[in-house]
Design a protein around this ligand. Structure first.
Ligand code: FES
Length: 147
């Protein structure tokens, strides 16, 4: 079996929603300390719906494919649904990622959550702070690598 699925290759070669949103309602940036890759997500939100989403990634092919797929999965969805998007769901939608590349999809999930946090903070919208305390990247990284 090829290392990467056709879907991964497709989203890597033709990533959707690449770019920035000038008047974004929420911006989230995360980095992975181990590989040094960075991901940034921009959200345009109206009436609790993700009207538009763009991403920039200084990262590997799996990070590009993951953010492309993740942005497709939350576009037009509610904030609530976007918050529930997991890296596993992103990897599944890509027909899988190699085990040592799962952490790249974690970056996409975290960047989206951080962008939503930025939106909540800017608009004084109450949210569960615990969710972000638990979002420890190293911990997630170790989980997906079984370390
Ligand atoms: Fe760093 Fe993929 S190797 S995000």
């Amino acid at each position: 079996m090829a290392l990467y699925s056709e879907k991964v290759m497709d989203h890597f070669m033709h990533p959707r929603n690449v770019g920035t949103i000038d008047d974004a309602d929420g911006v989230g940036e995360v980095g992975n300390a181990k590989c040094g890759d960075i991901m940034k997500i921009y959200l345009k939100i109206e009436n609790d719906i993700i009207e538009d989403v763009k991403f920039e990634t200084f990262g590997c092919g799996s990070a590009i494919a993951s953010s492309s797929m993740a942005t497709e999965m939350i576009k037009g969805k509610s904030i609530h649904e976007a918050l529930e998007l997991t890296n596993k769901a992103v990897a599944e939608a890509l027909d899988g990622l190699p085990a040592h590349k799962m952490h790249c999809s974690v970056l996409a999930e975290e960047a989206i959550k951080n962008a939503l946090k930025d939106y909540f903070d800017k608009n004084n919208i109450p949210y569960d702070h615990k969710m972000y305390e638990e979002m420890d990247h190293e911990q997630l990284h170790n989980q997906v690598h079984g370390e």
